[in-house]
Design a protein around this ligand. Structure first.
Ligand code: IFM
Length: 465
């Protein structure tokens, strides 16, 4: 583990405006467990994690952190930390076990109980409809490579908003469609584990279409606050040769512009369209799709972790998440990194937010995820001392505060994650929580970073009292 050299000063909580939303985030498959309870159907992550060799140590979300039964305890923890908002996702296969048709009331009831518990404690629910646990039955019909899945997502959205629309103010269609398309269908590192650029491009467009159709349904149901969450990053070329700059253009196209341009400008970038066609992976756009995809949003969620440095002449043989990207790859960070091997670059957050302000039409921004994984341990004193995560939190909040001062319309920040949890292909080996979970006993212990975050929130409240 590398720790960072400079300990930033505690964040200037007064730099954030009154009404700024302070929250923490999780997702269904990563925390709920109870995968065969109350009529839940299988998801692609159940299938993937149970396939030998797909996840580290063969870990699965079968038990996870038992949030399905411990949600009251978890909401009490949120209240203790002073969180004003909680971002969570609904498991589609809990609500519609086959992905279409039959609705499972017991699944909906769980989310209603969770939401009521949050509201009772004065914590605003931010509901994400899709954080990667696609019903396996839909995967069997082509999953995101099939256009029909976008229509099924709209039906599922209607079921959830009808059940919870009276009590959930903040709605998000998708979390990080980059992961559910390129990482899942091109690199094969996430479910369903395919390595096929043409199918990945289909997944890109059908996910965006699902977002657009889901947004229509939410608007018809008068959901008050509707957004979408993207994972975005500055892309740095390894050098300044024309070849390096070309790689930067291509990666920036598939990481950032392909999503942002479609959603905020109503078109795919010409150069990305050409790159994908040259790779034999065209985007399957039909007339009218981009108008649906680019319907106005109330907010855009930004998940930020690190900046990517890319180099031409791929040598490592690692699976590439970039369509047509066999000849270039990301390089390891040269500076301090988290236990994921991700470089620590708070300046990247400031730069990214500034780019969104400068290059796209105005839209309120929310940092819907930001956080770091470290090899945390419970100390003899019973506490979890995680100074590197505290530093990461403070330095990124400082960067967010600087972006605000530079005129970025930033409305909120959600720490990833509330709890240690199932980190996808990395299983339980990587801990992102501000609350530690002992996986043998399920005991929750707020880490020092949770206390530091609670302190930021308290100081913010005091500054605006
Ligand atoms: O755990 C994930 C989360 O599900 C989506 N965003 C990134 C996190 C850390 O990898």
């Amino acid at each position: 583990m590398t720790s960072i050299d400079v300990r930033p000063e505690p964040t200037d909580a007064g730099a954030f405006p009154a009404g700024f939303t302070w929250g923490a985030a999780t997702s269904s498959y990563q925390i709920e467990g109870a995968v065969d309870v109350d009529g839940r159907g299988p998801s692609i992550w159940d299938t993937f994690s149970h396939t030998p060799g797909r996840t580290r140590d063969g870990d699965t979300g079968d038990v996870a952190v038992e949030h399905y039964t411990r949600y009251r305890e978890d909401v009490a923890l949120m209240a203790e930390l002073g969180l004003a908002a909680y971002r969570f996702s609904v498991a589609w296969p809990r609500v519609m076990p086959q992905g279409r048709g039959q609705v499972e009331q017991r699944g909906l009831d769980f989310y209603r109980r969770l939401v009521d518990e949050l509201l009772d404690k004065g914590i605003a629910p931010w509901l994400t409809l899709y954080h990667w646990d696609l019903p396996q039955a839909l995967q069997d019909e082509g999953g995101w490579t099939a256009r029909d899945t976008a229509a099924r997502f709209a039906d599922y959205t209607a079921v959830v908003v009808q059940a919870l629309g009276d009590r959930v103010p903040h709605w998000s269609t998708l979390n990080e469609p980059w992961c559910s398309s390129l990482l899942s269908h091109q690199a094969g590192l996430h479910a369903p584990g395919e390595r096929d650029g043409a199918r990945a491009a289909r997944a890109v467009h059908h996910l965006l279409l699902a977002h657009g159709l889901g947004t229509q349904v939410l608007r018809e149901a008068a959901a008050p606050d509707v957004g979408l969450t993207l994972n975005l990053a500055p892309i740095d070329p390894a050098g300044d040769s024309p070849a390096d700059l070309e790689v930067q253009r291509r990666v920036d196209g598939q990481m950032n512009r392909m999503w942002l341009d479609a959603v905020l400008l109503g078109r795919y970038p010409d150069d990305v369209v050409a790159d994908l066609e040259a790779a034999g992976a065209p985007l399957p756009v039909q007339d009218g799709d981009l108008a649906v995809i680019s319907a106005p949003l109330d907010w855009l969620g930004v998940n930020y972790y690190f900046r990517n440095r890319v180099v031409g002449g791929s040598t490592s043989g690692k699976p590439s998440p970039w369509i047509g990207g066999q000849d270039y790859e990301e390089v390891e960070p040269t500076g301090p990194a988290t236990s994921m091997g991700w470089g620590i670059a708070p300046d990247g957050l400031r730069e990214l937010l500034g780019r969104l302000r400068d290059e796209y039409p105005p839209v309120p921004l929310v940092i819907t995820e930001n956080g770091s994984a470290w090899d945390d341990v419970v100390s003899a004193d019973g506490a979890v001392h995680d100074p590197a995560r505290v530093d990461y939190l403070h330095s990124h909040l400082t960067a967010a505060g600087a972006a605000l001062a530079e005129g970025v319309d930033l409305r909120g920040y959600f720490a990833w994650s509330l709890l240690d949890n199932f980190e996808w292909a990395q299983g339980y080996a990587k801990r992102f929580g501000i609350v530690h979970v002992d996986y043998a006993t399920q005991q929750r212990t707020p880490k020092d970073s949770a206390r530091a975050y609670a302190d930021v929130i308290r100081r913010h409240q005091a500054a605006h009292a």
